[in-house]
Design a protein. Structure first.
Length: 71
């Protein structure tokens, strides 16, 4: 059975995560912020590990669909 990307809400505390993400970017230049995002994406991709799931995430992120809903 193929592994599918979870697109339904799955964060334990989404507001807390968002706040931490914003705080992490505070004081950074645009270039530093982009670099931080790139490092974060690579760290999380490594954690996910599945190329199939990562390709699904890339497609979902690029599409105009709301990434927080399952279709």
């Amino acid at each position: 059975m193929p592994t599918l990307l979870i697109t339904t809400p799955n964060l334990e505390a989404p507001d807390d995560f968002y706040e931490a993400l914003i705080e992490t970017h505070q004081g950074l230049s645009t270039e530093e912020s982009h670099a931080l995002n790139a490092r974060l994406v690579l760290l999380l991709a490594n954690h996910v590990g599945s190329t199939e799931v990562l390709r699904q995430a890339l497609a979902a992120a690029r599409s105009n669909d709301n990434p927080g809903t399952h279709r």
